[in-house]
Ligand binder design. Structure first.
Ligand SMILES: *Cc1c(COP(=O)(O)O)cnc(C)c1O
Length: 412
């Protein structure tokens, strides 16, 4: 019986799969020879022989409890700020309102830096530093940069970050306070990516850790899928909705659930995976509707749900495959709809979520109305971050009283 901390075996091209070469997982890698994301593969027989769900249940409540299924080889390489094992909250009042009484929310607003990006950063930075990387470089819509800057500081390595000027303002401050080298770009995330890609080669020991251009961010985000299964008693929900930008989270959750099935820890079908976007930037939804395997960047991408403003995702084909192979769907909602859903959820359940999460609740309502969801199904919404990152999503229009004034009588 092997007691390795990780049972990572090799990397595989996400396009070529087992037909393509095996890539060495113990050197710094970018994309595959055909330019596609690389996926980490594990010796799952060894995992099954060395650990059980019952043993995992005794471990600390963070994402490292799944370390056999993560790429970090040496426990001493783990860079952590306490990420993972976020609540899976029942939402009875809001579920009743939407006609989906078995509605649950996986709330990623509670991780360090306030968005689920901390998961990808914790695992990605840990593994990069373990392999000798001296600095990480990436474009971001804000939240990923804040997370990677924070974990890079924790690891004692550098961070070079570029983000659109329109990205949430607080995420700039998070990068600056953690000592990152930060640039604002008058453009979208793709423009920031071109600038970073051109600069990274000039910095000794830096790695381009753009979305899906290194293999381990997916592995960190995979833990959302592992946790959901564990929190449900090692089973899957019927449906899972995910606010989709670069698509890493939905790809990663599908990967997690397939690994759990292969391990024999969970049986039954994967949940129907729903990719949710905003109508102002919905390339995955457009491709899904058109029956295509890849997306085309829309002109003038714009939505208040900034984390999902990704006009062209490197892993678009993987998102579309995750959706189609699970019998899921792709749906876009307007900014007005996602903000209304965000506000209604806060009134119903007392939780201020990010606008990206709001998009998923708006989508639940629409899918229930169309009959795609039936009222008996167990539905999990992934809320990817806290509303605190987006203070401008709530207008405050209340009276200011003079100090010798009086509060008016009860409102009618
Ligand atoms: C990055 C981000 C997303 C999109 O995540 P992907 O996994 O890249 O699709 C959604 N919501 C928030 C808050 C984000 O920061």
């Amino acid at each position: 019986m092997s007691t390795a901390y990780s049972h990572l075996s090799h990397l595989e091209c996400s396009r070529e799969g087992t037909r393509g070469p095996r890539y060495d997982a113990d050197v710094v890698q970018g994309t595959s020879q055909v330019g596609a994301p690389l996926l980490a593969r594990y010796d799952l027989d060894a995992v099954a022989a060395s650990v059980s769900p019952a043993e995992i249940a005794t471990r600390a409540p963070d994402l490292w409890r799944y370390h056999e299924l993560l790429p970090v080889r040496d426990p001493a390489s783990v860079v952590t700020l306490g990420e993972g094992m976020t609540p899976l909250l029942p939402l009875p009042r809001h579920g009743e309102r939407l006609g989906v009484p078995r509605l649950l929310m996986k709330d990623e607003g509670l991780v360090p830096t306030g968005a689920f990006k901390a998961r990808g950063a914790a695992v990605g930075v840990s593994r990069a530093a373990e392999l000798g990387v001296r600095g990480v470089a990436m474009p971001t819509n804000g939240n990923a940069g804040a997370a990677w800057a924070s974990y890079a500081a924790r690891a004692g390595i550098g961070a070079l970050i570029a983000m659109p000027v329109d990205a949430p303002e607080i995420t700039r401050r998070e990068c600056v306070v953690a000592g990152a080298e930060l640039y604002l770009v008058d453009g979208l995330i793709g423009d920031a990516g071109r600038l970073v890609g051109a600069a990274v080669g000039e910095r000794e020991g830096y790695q381009d850790t753009s979305t899906l251009k290194e293999p381990y961010r997916i592995e960190g985000k995979k833990t959302m899928g592992l946790e959901i299964a564990e929190q449900l008693g090692w089973r899957f929900p019927d449906v899972l909705l995910y606010p989709t930008g670069g698509g890493v989270g939905i790809i990663a959750i599908a990967k997690a659930m397939r690994e759990l099935k292969e391990l024999g820890w969970v049986t039954g079908d994967l949940p129907r995976l729903v990719a949710v976007q905003a109508t102002g930037c919905a390339p995955i939804v457009d491709a899904y509707d058109a029956g295509l395997d890849e997306s085309t960047a829309p002109a003038d991408a714009h939505t208040i749900a900034f984390g999902i403003t990704v006009p062209k995702a490197l892993g678009d084909f993987l998102v579309l495959d995750a959706v189609r192979s699970t019998g899921g769907t792709a749906i876009a909602v307007t900014d007005d709809e996602l903000l209304a859903a965000q506000h209604q959820l806060a009134r119903d359940e007392g939780t201020w979520i990010c606008p990206e999460g709001g998009a998923c609740f708006a989508a639940v309502g629409q899918l229930r109305e169309s009959g795609w969801l039936d009222g008996s199904e167990e539905v999990v919404v992934l809320n990817t971050g806290t509303g605190l990152i987006y203070p401008d999503t709530v207008a405050v229009d209340v009276p200011t009283l003079p100090k010798d004034g009086a509060i008016p009588g009860p409102l009618r």
